[in-house]
Design a protein around this ligand. Structure first.
Ligand code: 7TS
Length: 407
């Protein structure tokens, strides 16, 4: 069954506005998606009716807030196919989830001479935390190369992985190129060498069906705000036995069992990793974002997005001076490109003047841009509420812009 996009658009108040006198066309979904009214109402509703601290109060409001908060944990577990709620930790975002693993798992298990494998197409947040732990432990960071289409070179990965590899930290879907990486295959191979695998799911969870048990990943990190949910909230999934063996990331309230000045004992997972008052309102509202996705169905979302990607790719490719960056067939609806003779920022500004929101620059993937020998790209990233008509508007504008330098 195909989706009714007009009905879906009606659920997103922000889409119905003008920017510089033109109807807003929002194509910056890889940076953050817009939020349906149900998420906004849940946020407000929490503060209007249920605001209370969780897991500690004996009163009705605290009990209600705790139940709603934990209900989201159950929904997240279901959303990614985890075995149990205890394996779902709420964080600030993908960045914090990765830092948590690098700090906690890394500090305990990485030693001098160990190797950590990442890829050329990682977001800075899946590079820098590993560099930091490598520096601290005198471990070695190795990088899986890619080809000119923006595909991971699996053969090179097979050459790099060894008994010295302790962690493979790999992006599931590239934010700058849209490439879908063969993570299941990578995980299987990494496990043969005893390495643990962290999957950066920031861009995959919104487009692909994820089943952590099927993937057999050890950790999965993602952000609610790229999934129609609020900002400032992320998830770290980890296998129970790993999380249990890891030391806490931060100390404070909630994460303890008992504290005395002589000794502190830590709480069970997931609470061991949720020190302090968490982001209660956003966690509760995130439940509605997951509900929204489940109601539409991941398969239907993927079909619609694949249509948009195909339409945009074929139309843009006809434009003289259009240079795509990342041309693999296995992609989510992200198109990165340059216009011959033009700076990506200028293209972005000209599109903004028409009400079209895209991202320009290095997309927090500077080593990837360096691999392609470019400073940055223009990135149009689509979501379920986008339409072919919007794409046609963008194509018309890009064609006009390209003509300035490509007669
Ligand atoms: N990993 C990937 C693959 C990402 O795309 C991003 C954010 C992050 C990690 C970090 O997520 P955060 O929620 O903790 O910030 N990517 C982007 C982007 O492409 N444009 O803006 C943010």
């Amino acid at each position: 069954m195909s989706l009714n996009i007009e009905e879906i658009r009606a659920l997103f108040p922000i889409l119905h506005q003008e920017v510089h006198g033109n109807p807003l066309i929002y194509f910056d979904n890889a940076a953050t998606t817009q939020k349906p009214k149900s998420v906004l109402d849940a946020l407000c509703g929490y503060y209007e009716h249920d605001n209370s601290n969780i897991h500690r109060g004996a009163h009705t409001l605290a009990d209600r807030a705790t139940r709603y908060y934990e209900k989201t944990r159950e929904s997240v577990r279901d959303f990614i196919g985890a075995k149990e709620e205890a394996e779902i930790i709420f964080t600030k975002g993908t960045t914090e989830s990765i830092n948590l693993v690098a700090s906690s798992y890394g500090r305990k298990y990485i030693t001098k001479g160990d190797e950590i494998l990442i890829s050329t197409m990682e977001h800075h947040s899946n590079i820098v935390p590993w560099q930091m732990i490598c520096e601290e432990k005198e471990a070695i960071l190795k990088v899986i190369p890619i080809n000119d289409s923006g595909e991971l070179l699996y053969d090179e990965f097979e050459k790099l992985i060894s008994e010295r590899t302790k962690i493979v930290a790999i992006v599931h879907v590239s934010n700058a190129l849209g490439t879908i990486n063969p993570v299941k295959k990578i995980i299987k191979k990494a496990h043969q060498f005893g390495a643990k695998v962290l999957v950066d799911g920031a861009q995959s969870t919104s487009h692909l069906s994820i089943d952590v048990q099927d993937l057999d990943c050890d950790f999965l990190a993602f952000s609610a705000h790229k999934l129609y949910g609020p900002t400032g909230l992320g998830v770290l999934y980890g296998k129970r036995q790993l999380l249990e063996a890891m030391p806490p990331y931060q100390g404070g309230g909630e994460m303890i069992k008992e504290v005395s000045f002589a000794k502190t004992t830590f709480n069970e997972i997931p609470f061991k990793f949720e020190a302090g008052t968490p982001n209660i309102a956003d966690v509760i509202a995130f439940q509605k974002a997951l509900e929204f996705i489940n109601t539409m169905g991941k398969k239907e979302i993927r079909n619609h997005e694949a249509d948009l990607l195909y339409h945009a790719t074929s139309k843009l490719s006809e434009i003289k001076g259009f240079i795509p960056v990342g041309t693999t067939k296995e992609k989510v609806p992200v198109i990165s490109f340059n216009i011959k003779g033009m700076h990506p920022f200028d293209v972005g500004m000209m599109l903004d003047a028409k009400g079209i929101a895209v991202r320009t620059g290095h997309h927090c993937t500077q080593p990837l841009m360096e691999r392609f020998g470019i400073e940055g790209t223009v990135r149009a990233s689509f979501s379920v509420y986008n339409t072919k008509e919007e794409i046609d508007e963008m194509v018309t504008s890009v064609a006009k812009i390209a003509k300035i330098k490509n007669k």
